[in-house]
Design a binder for this molecule. Structure first.
Ligand code: SF4
Length: 315
């Protein structure tokens, strides 16, 4: 094998901004070009600190839900933006009631779950959203329920809630998930619900973008010596990609920018790998749905430079 074929960088096909995030970012950019008013996104538009800083430079700021009242006096000079994750129903009602100007950039896939919960929980005893209790999307989703509603993080918590909150197996409960929930875990939750509760209404609400990325990272990480998962440290979908990758590739690194790359470690792993005859050292790269293209590109370039500097050539 040629020396230049001994190390390579492979990037996942589905990496970086997803449809919903790109739509929200385009919405804000479009708004910026049309108005001189101060723009506030309700919560971070995307979970990426580098990107949030760039927005601040364009007079676009983050306001948290519980701080909105502080903008009431100045509301005629402000436009608010609802981000891709969506927000609680009562916040939308508050904006309407106070007469705030706002643009709703909630991802249509998230709006679909709000709609499911809104329409199907009138006669239900319980609504369960599988996801992260603190995540704004899950918190927003349960606000649309017309019955008792909870966010459960795993199957054990689901079972415990069903046992304690429902009095019979005939009671109706609604099961949905956060768009970024782990597909395999959700299938198990659905099986449990179907087996025990004959009147349960179960919905497939994991975003196909997420599922595709999760399957792709599982496959890619099995073939790689090092995996770089690029994205915000607080981004739920990025963390899930890193978790899946870590299952198959022990040298998985979650990094926000190229500057966080552990060069020494990658060089060491590359050199060790190349001691094995015919072994091709492979660095895999994927990125969360809220990772800007230029940050991903920078990581690709830097990773190639590192393995080149290890004495080998990238592809
Ligand atoms: S991951 Fe899916 S649901 Fe979430 S914003 Fe992107 S396209 Fe929408």
């Amino acid at each position: 094998m040629q020396r230049e074929d001994r190390a390579k960088v492979v990037t996942a096909k589905n990496a970086g901004f997803c449809f919903g995030v790109r739509r929200a970012v385009d919405t804000v950019n479009d708004l910026r070009s049309k108005t001189d008013k101060k723009i506030y996104t309700i919560g971070e538009l995307i979970h990426n600190s580098v990107f949030v800083k760039r927005l601040e430079e364009q007079n676009i700021f983050v306001i948290e839900e519980d701080e909105l009242a502080s903008l009431e006096k100045d509301k005629d000079n402000i436009v608010l933006v609802v981000r891709a994750h969506g927000i609680k129903k009562e916040i939308i009602e508050y904006l309407e009631e106070k007469g705030f100007e706002y643009v709703n950039a909630t991802c249509p896939y998230v709006e679909r779950i709000h709609d499911i919960v809104d329409k199907n929980t009138h006669d239900a005893s319980l609504c369960v959203v599988m996801g992260d209790k603190k995540h704004p999307e899950a918190v927003g989703t349960i606000s649309y329920a017309h019955c008792d509603a909870v966010v459960c993080s795993d199957i054990a918590e689901l079972e415990q809630n069903l046992n304690t909150k429902l009095t019979s197996f005939e009671e109706c409960f609604v099961l949905t998930s956060q768009t970024t929930y782990n597909n395999e875990k959700y299938v198990n939750c659905q099986k449990l619900a179907k087996k025990l509760y004959t009147n349960s209404k179960i919905f497939d609400t994991i975003c196909s973008v997420t599922e595709k990325r999760q399957n792709e990272v599982a496959k890619l990480s099995k073939e790689c010596d090092v995996m770089l998962v690029v994205g915000g440290k607080t981004s739920s979908n990025t963390k899930k990609l890193a978790d899946i990758s870590s299952e198959y590739c022990k040298s998985t690194f979650l990094i926000e920018t190229a500057s966080e790359l552990d060069t020494a470690q990658i060089v060491r792993l590359c050199k060790e790998s190349l001691k094995q005859p015919n072994k091709v050292f492979t660095v895999g790269i994927t990125a969360g749905a809220s990772t800007p293209d230029d940050i991903l590109e920078e990581v690709k370039v830097r990773a190639s430079e590192i393995i080149t500097a290890s004495g080998e050539t990238t592809t």
